[in-house]
Design a protein around this ligand. Structure first.
Ligand SMILES: Nc1ncnc2c1ncn2[C@@H]1O[C@H](COP(=O)(O)OP(=O)(O)OP(=O)(O)O)[C@@H](O)[C@H]1O
Ligand SMILES: [Mg+2]
Length: 252
């Protein structure tokens, strides 16, 4: 199977903090991986490196066969538009409508004029696509509602629709289920994993809930203090490894 993501020896520092330390990770095209680990272990930093949003200090990154550091601005924009990033804070514009936020997912691919026109009034074909996409994430009736009138869980669905509207090859989701209750978290994760399966997208999702991760992902990567502690088939994960991952929180 083709390789979608190849990370070798990646280190990233913020001042004295080593957020990532010699991280190696390879993800095949179409594979779905959960990235777990306690707060501050480097999940967001790693996802940003994978999303070509943050450069490593050391090591190499190849996403979809390209090293972001070697690309010119136009090539980098093209690469980023193939990588949808669902940020931890969702990155939605609260005082705009759902449809406008979803359309925003395509800005990387449009000319400025096309993007502005979309923002003012998406064409009929676009509106049909958005309606269908919102239907798939279960909030079609909210298409013309303002984002700040929706619940946290509904806003997460808007962010998922926005990412998919971009028609990416890789979806990087940073704690997409953190703001909802356990039942909705499971539902949203099912939706995300299901949609990515249908579209054959490569999916990397960070989260804290190990049990949910094991339910929905066959491969689990555990990150602790910027290092990969384990990278396993979910079924092969041992209690000792899981304990070691959580241990950090009591140590600190
Ligand atoms: N922009 C930044 N400036 C300074 N330090 C940073 C920055 N981004 C991350 N860090 C530090 O790098 C480390 C890893 O942070 P990161 O946000 O990747 O963790 P995380 O696993 O996503 O945590 P959480 O689960 O709380 O979201 C932390 O110690 C954090 O303080
Ligand atoms: Mg984070």
């Amino acid at each position: 199977m083709a390789t979608a993501i190849q990370v070798e020896g990646v280190t990233r520092r913020f001042g004295a903090v080593e957020a990532l330390c010699r991280v190696d990770l390879e993800v095949s095209a179409g594979e779905r991986v959960a990235l777990i680990g306690p707060s501050g272990c480097g999940k967001t930093t790693l996802l940003k490196v994978l999303g070509a949003q943050l450069a490593p200090d050391e090591g190499t990154v190849e996403v979809l066969g390209r090293n972001p550091l070697l690309l010119n601005e136009r090539e980098l924009r093209a690469l980023r538009s193939a990588l949808a990033f669902l940020p931890q804070d969702l990155g939605l514009v609260p005082n705009m409508r759902v449809i406008q936020n979803v359309v925003g997912g395509r800005f990387g691919k449009r000319s400025l004029w096309g993007a502005l026109r979309d923002l003012i009034l998406p064409g009929l074909e676009e509106r049909r696509r958005i309606f269908a996409l919102l239907g798939r994430v279960g909030i079609a009736e909210k298409m013309y509602d303002r984002v700040d009138s929706l619940s946290g869980g509904q806003q997460q669905r808007v962010a998922v629709a926005r990412a998919l509207f971009q028609e990416p090859e890789v979806l990087l989701a940073d704690e997409p289920i953190s703001a909802v209750d356990p039942a909705r978290a499971r539902q949203l994760l099912e939706l995300l994993v299901g949609l990515c399966g249908e579209e054959e997208l490569t999916l990397v999702v960070s989260m804290h809930q190990l049990e949910l991760a094991r339910e929905h992902f066959s491969r689990i990567v555990g990150l602790k203090e910027g290092r990969i502690l384990f990278d396993r088939e979910a079924d092969a994960l041992e209690a000792e490894e899981m304990r070691a991952l959580y241990e950090l929180e009591t140590e600190v």
